[in-house]
Write a protein that binds this ligand. Structure first.
Ligand code: 13P
Length: 251
């Protein structure tokens, strides 16, 4: 059985004081959680503060991005080593906002992923199609390219540390969730591609999260699908009550 993961991507929101407050609410309310992973990704400037708050709780910390170098003359960048130093166990890579706004390519994301593994962190690799691609019948082709590009040069052993997040771009921040069936269809395809790339055991064990307008009222239906192993939550992760309900999905 795959252990579920619920991750909150706070994006560019919440000051240090606001982050501390939300993290404290989560640490207090989720102290009893043992059967699933809970991860939050604050802005970089709040990482160490939040790390201190959640230290003795089951809640884990993620960076929202990193650069594929360890240290050196890379002004304005942050490396997986420095994220680990700040208390992170995970890092979100290849989010569609970065692919779209900052032009990140599959190859660049793959370099980040390999460096992240070297630093001992768990990458959460985001993939997903645009509305235009879906309407043109390109969804599976796009996912195939993003998975193969993102996971290039990886060994089957390294796959144990990877989490994949399927986030259809048309469902992000729009309130338009993919139906549970649409999400399941994509997830099952993703698992098939992982099988082609590696082996049945890796395909069976790889956790695949769904992201895109996950809310308290739709999480249970999504999590009931066979190949949906968790959620990557944006907007609803900024409200303690909503995120706690999502973490406590029925299932
Ligand atoms: P929303 O939950 O706000 O749609 O965002 C999803 C997302 O992009 C998480 O990474």
């Amino acid at each position: 059985m795959r252990r579920p993961i619920i991750a909150g991507n706070w994006k560019l929101n919440l000051t240090i004081a606001e982050s501390r407050q939300l993290a404290q609410q989560l640490a207090d309310s989720l102290a009893d959680i043992t059967d699933r992973d809970v991860v939050i990704a604050p802005v970089f400037t709040a990482l160490t503060t939040v790390a201190g708050v959640i230290e003795k709780s089951p809640v884990q910390l993620a960076g929202q991005n990193c650069y594929p170098q360890i240290t050196g003359a890379f002004t304005g960048e942050i490396s997986p080593e420095f994220l680990a130093d700040a208390g992170c166990t995970h890092v979100i890579l290849g989010h569609s906002e970065r692919r779209q706004l900052l032009g990140e390519t599959d190859d660049f994301i793959n370099q980040k992923l390999l460096k992240t593994l070297e630093a001992g962190l768990n990458p959460i690799l985001c993939i997903g199609e645009t509305l235009q691609e879906r309407e043109a019948g390109q969804t599976l082709k796009v996912l195939d390219r993003q998975i193969k590009g993102g996971l290039a040069n990886l060994t089957a052993e390294q796959m144990a540390d990877i989490v994949i997040a399927y986030e259809p771009i048309w469902a992000i921040g729009t309130g338009k969730t993919a139906t549970a069936e649409q999400a399941q269809q994509a997830h099952s395809f993703i698992r098939e591609v992982v099988l082609q790339l590696f082996n049945p055991e890796v395909a069976e064990n790889t956790r695949i999260l769904y992201g895109g307008s996950v809310k308290p009222n739709n999480v249970d239906g999504l999590m009931a699908e066979e190949d949906i192993d968790g959620a990557l939550v944006g907007g609803a992760s900024l409200k303690a009550e909503d995120f706690i309900r999502i973490v406590r999905f029925a299932g």
